[in-house]
Design a binder for this molecule. Structure first.
Ligand code: ASP
Length: 429
């Protein structure tokens, strides 16, 4: 009995004391191998992966609300505005560059060229523009509790900022009843943030098992296809992502005097989580914790820029959309001219902003990009066939693009914090 107990605690001790990231990597590699070898038989492990995703999603809304209320209360409205403008400029500019990088790689490697699905002409259709006024108006929640319940990030951000700023004004009041009350509410939120981060740490202990299951399922279903016939698309997307990582993030960070290897070291847990969950929003709790604990970003900045980034800044998705649009055009034997590729820069930027941070969202928004250059996905057409091919390996492409999506958020957040002189540079030394 005693021996049994100590044996158990021995295994537990190994599990909990060995490096978390190494355990996750072991889960990832084993998952890929087992998935490829075992094939559909291994699909029974799916619930173990779903548990991991649900645990992460459980904590997303509380993390955003609690930390942003505290964050907004600790920044002056003017400073908050400045941070907002800087991060928006960064988010949009890097997305435009991302599409362009994707297009360059697709033009060089020409994935889909020679497939000749059929020279069938697809009827063009004007892009259905989402109504800008309505989209912007929806940022103001009519009922913040409904937004919280539905997990609508932008209205939650709006309400949390307004609420946090009100608390900070109240806490400066001369009336002690008001200042005391506000201080108590703020302390409450502060404690709540710490509690949510504590949960995140606990959830990550389960990550190696969840990761194994998630990856095994993806590789059992799509691995062979992505490595085989669609290998060139996969390669083009991953090369585009890598180039963006090295040139854009590496370049920008070093321009602002931040070491790229330190950045990667601090961001790797979030990058890996995004890779396996394929969801920027499910990864958000890890992204926020990494930015604070590893990259030295103050909560006041990260709590605002990271949820915003997870919702609208998707460089990886933008790269993928540029490449896949060209793939479809090549595959049907109708390569796109320069003007159409310029159109793609605009529509893929908008489509990536509009894509939700959930698995597969980018593939749905790709329809809008294809539409904008006259490649309408209609049943029975060659365009639909080419699109279906891409969809068949979407999970494999989604892993890489989601990883780059959140990497871009972290790089931008670090840079903005640096320009605000509030980055803890000890973490970068
Ligand atoms: N899965 C991506 C994300 O969550 C979105 C996409 O499908 O491109 O960031």
């Amino acid at each position: 009995m005693a021996a049994e107990k100590s044996e158990k605690s021995g295994f537990m001790a190994w599990y909990f004391e060995s490096n978390l990231l190494i355990r996750i990597l072991i889960g990832l590699i084993l998952g890929a191998i087992v998935g490829l070898i075992a094939g559909p038989w291994i699909l029974w492990v799916k619930p173990f992966g779903d548990i991991f995703i649900r645990l992460l999603r459980m904590i997303v809304v509380p993390v955003i609300l609690f930390s942003l209320v505290v964050g907004a209360a600790s920044l002056s409205p003017a400073r908050l505005g400045r941070v907002g403008v800087k991060i928006m400029v960064y988010y949009i500019a890097t997305t435009v560059v991302a599409v362009a990088i994707g297009l360059v790689f697709a033009n060089i490697l020409r994935p889909g060229d020679g497939l000749n699905l059929s020279a069938g002409k697809a009827a063009g259709r004007a892009l259905t523009q989402p109504n800008v006024v309505d989209t912007l108006m929806a940022i103001i929640p009519v009922n913040p509790f409904e937004s919280l319940a539905k997990g609508d990030v932008l209205p939650i951000i709006f309400f949390a900022i307004v609420f946090g700023i009100s608390l900070s004004f109240l806490s400066m009041s001369k009336d002690e009843r008001l200042s005391g009350g506000a201080a108590a509410v703020l302390r409450f939120f502060d404690g709540a943030v710490e509690a949510t981060y504590k949960i995140v740490r606990g959830v990550m202990q389960y990550a190696p098992i969840g990761v194994f299951a998630l990856i095994a399922v993806v590789f059992a279903q799509q691995g062979a296809k992505a490595l085989g016939p669609l290998g060139l698309v996969t390669l083009t997307v991953y090369l585009g992502l890598l180039a963006h990582l090295l040139i854009v993030y590496g370049g920008l960070l070093s321009i602002f005097g931040l070491k790229f290897n330190r950045f990667l070291g601090g961001a790797k847990e979030a990058m890996l989580t995004a890779f396996v969950t394929r969801s920027s929003s499910a990864t958000l709790p890890i992204t926020m914790r990494n930015s604070e604990e590893n990259l030295g970003v103050p909560r006041s900045i990260g709590s605002f820029t990271l949820p915003l980034g997870a919702t609208i800044n998707m460089d990886g998705t933008a790269i993928y959309q540029g490449i896949c649009a060209l793939f479809v055009a090549f595959a049907i034997g109708a390569p796109l001219d320069f003007a159409s590729q310029m159109t793609i820069i605009i529509t893929a930027t908008l489509a990536s902003i509009g894509a939700a941070g959930v698995p597969g969202a980018g593939a749905i928004m790709l329809l809008m990009v294809l539409n904008s250059v006259g490649l309408e996905v209609k049943e029975g057409t060659a365009v639909a066939m080419a699109y279906a091919m891409i969809l068949g390996i979407d999970a494999i492409l989604d892993m890489g693009r989601t990883c780059m999506n959140i990497t871009g958020d972290l790089a931008g957040t670090s840079i903005v914090a640096k320009t605000e002189k509030s980055l803890d540079l000890k973490k970068w030394a």
